[in-house]
Write a protein that binds this ligand. Structure first.
Ligand code: GCW
Length: 616
């Protein structure tokens, strides 16, 4: 038995499932039977009926007074968790057959084999240390339980920036990897690895060129040994030609040629090749106002639409840049009908408060899906926010983002408030008014963060590299920069037809909406337009006054949030973390408010209409 009762790690939304997990569980349907039995007790245990062809789908019915969960091998496990959660949360049982909208629900972990996690804010890697797979089996099983109960079915284990010896995972370390895969199999979670495009070079070949037969053979051999060791292995994820790392372009080949070569090596085993569209290679010069990194991905991939093999998924970040608080949706998501696309979001809060500041993502994903249309993408993937901290996600509230990600991947029509409430109810034992308070602030948290950091679509005014805290000109003169171009008269980037013409990458209706000052949403105003500080906003305020107001409001709302949240009767270990992080959030919000307002006041010379303190 893996005793999770008195273990050192938290139960998150699995509070109601306190039974230790037997080590002998061998399949998802066995796990389903175990979970139901442990929760309902022998006389009330719902029955489980496996109908293999139902796959991930399930149905919950009442037969002769007893509940019955029927579904595919993995479906019954999802059904079991749905039933348990409905019972624990006192909500209605799902009716009819439930089927996930996206078959691929991938959690991508940027874990390195030295135990560090790129952009990790909740401790070291749960499964890597000292160049090896190194973990507590009980913790991995509990992780499997968390992932399955959220609906996540693929775990990509290593950083997309593949650092040695991660390459060895698909070579000498395969037996270790197979043992690890075995721990997650009873939860229906399949493994994926990030592959290093240049691997053949490391292992004796003199090229990594896609069209080279030796290279093709090398990858086929690799695939064969991986699937021999782990028959249900999910596939590879690849980041290529980005940040000076090699890729097909280095050999004069296209990204479709690169992706297809790998896809063909894994196709015989049913593998999926996730190719990341985040190709960070557009260097800029701040003196040049025409080059615009926002345009780079579309320019690279749009011409390749229809050229990717069936088992390739092109993974596109939600915005054209890089997981900012507010970006318009990536135009690629709207313009590649002949390609299987995945929408990628970042649970790790790199630019969104680093799991110190509260930032609940469901409202943001609602907007993205509503704008893109759920049917334009074929998979939903997320960069993980997990780490070795006892509570898994550093800030206990950040677990909401992991849970909600799984729910959105299962059903992209998910209501942000409902999923937040479900998470709150499963995680804590609060009275209705207290639960309302928690849900209210979580729902507002993104807006608050946006107000004190980067309102009106500005973004990127962060401390370079660490990406926490304010630095309005931190990236302003860099080649990797994304600029605000603030001067004494104006701020923002003209991305309209007369500017960089980034708007030209959108379908007609959106193009016109963004290009026209009358219709461009306030939240994206300075993303698309360059405006004078005196510009009259729709609400009657001047642009500079709106900048000041948002920063003052954001800080004040963060204070109100802290005041109310700190009255909640959370378990002591959660409260200690929440309090500590809340204080850091307030210090951060204050810094953002004062630095940003001072920055703009020094440039514009404008006074605050309400006479509040802006430092000179
Ligand atoms: O947001 C950027 C991060 C990098 C990351 C990259 C990516 C894994 O700053 O740390 O590298 O995105 O998505 O590949």
């Amino acid at each position: 038995m893996f005793d999770i009762q008195d273990h050192r790690f938290g139960k998150t939304w699995l509070k109601a499932l306190s039974a230790p997990l037997p080590e002998t569980l061998a399949s998802p349907s066995e796990t389903a039977r175990f979970e139901l039995g442990a929760y309902f007790g022998p006389s009330e245990t719902p029955s489980v009926q496996v109908i293999p062809e139902m796959g991930d789908s399930y149905r919950i019915e009442r037969k002769d007074g007893l509940l019955c969960v029927s579904g595919g091998e993995t479906g019954v496990l999802y059904g079991a968790y749905a039933l348990l959660f409905a019972s624990a949360a006192g909500s209605k049982l799902p009716e009819q057959t439930q089927t996930p909208y996206y078959p691929l629900r991938v959690l991508s972990c940027w874990d390195n084999m030295d135990g560090s996690v790129e952009r990790g804010y909740s401790g070291r890697s749960i499964w890597f240390e000292g160049g090896h797979l190194c973990y507590e089996p009980g913790r991995i099983c509990q992780l499997g339980r968390m992932l399955a109960s959220a609906g996540i079915n693929v775990l990509c284990l290593n950083n997309v920036n593949v650092h040695y010896p991660a390459q060895e995972l698909m070579l000498g370390m395969l037996p270790e990897l197979a043992a690890f895969a075995g721990l997650l199999r009873p939860f229906g979670v399949r493994l994926m690895l990030s592959a290093d495009f240049s691997m053949p070079l490391r292992y004796g070949l003199d090229t990594a060129d896609t069209l080279d037969e030796g290279v093709q053979r090398w990858w086929r051999d690799r695939a064969e040994s991986v699937w021999k060791a782990i028959p249900d292995f999910a596939g590879f994820m690849v980041k290529a030609d980005s940040e000076h790392r090699p890729g097909p372009n280095a050999y004069g080949r296209t990204h479709a040629e690169g992706a297809n070569m790998l896809a063909r090596a894994i196709a015989p085993f049913g593998g999926t090749l996730i190719w990341r569209a985040f190709v960070y290679d557009c260097m800029q010069d701040w003196r040049d106002t025409k080059t615009d990194r926002a345009k780079a991905a579309y320019e690279l991939y749009k011409p390749l639409d229809g050229c990717f093999d069936e088992n390739v998924v092109l993974q596109v970040k939600h915005g054209p840049f890089d997981f900012q608080v507010r970006e318009p949706v990536s135009p690629l998501l709207l313009s590649m009908p002949g390609t299987r696309l995945a929408l990628e979001v970042q649970l790790a809060q790199e630019y969104t408060g680093q799991q110190t500041d509260i930032y609940a993502m469901p409202p943001m994903w609602r907007e993205v899906f509503d704008t893109v249309g759920k049917d334009r993408v074929k998979a939903f993937t997320a960069v993980s926010n997990l780490g070795r901290d006892a509570n898994w996600t550093g800030h206990p509230f950040a677990a909401l983002n992991l849970f909600a990600f799984g729910r959105f991947a299962w059903d992209p029509d998910t209501d942000p408030e409902q999923v937040t409430r479900l998470w709150a109810r499963l995680t804590y034992s609060l009275e209705t008014a207290q639960e309302d308070t928690l849900v209210k602030w979580l729902m507002r948290s993104r807006r608050i963060y946006e107000k004190y950091t980067s309102n009106l679509g500005l973004g990127w005014m962060v401390t370079p590299n660490s990406h926490y805290g304010p630095n309005p000109w931190g990236y302003e003169f860099q080649a990797w920069g994304t600029y605000n171009r603030a001067d004494r008269e104006k701020v923002g980037i003209d991305r309209t037809f007369s500017g960089t013409d980034y708007v030209g990458q959108y379908p007609e209706k959106m193009k016109n909406e963004y290009a026209d000052l009358e219709t461009c949403p306030d939240d994206l105003l300075l993303f698309f337009h360059r405006l004078g500080y005196g510009y009259g906003m729709r609400d009657g305020r001047s642009l500079i006054q709106r900048i000041y107001d948002d920063h003052f409001d954001g800080y004040r709302e963060a204070e109100e949030m802290a005041e109310e949240l700190l009255t909640l009767p959370l378990p002591p270990e959660d409260m200690a973390e929440v309090r500590d992080r809340m204080l850091r959030q307030l210090a951060n919000a204050r810094e953002w408010r004062d630095v940003t307002n001072t920055f703009f006041r020094r440039l514009s010379g404008a006074e605050d209409a309400q006479g509040r303190k802006i430092f000179a």
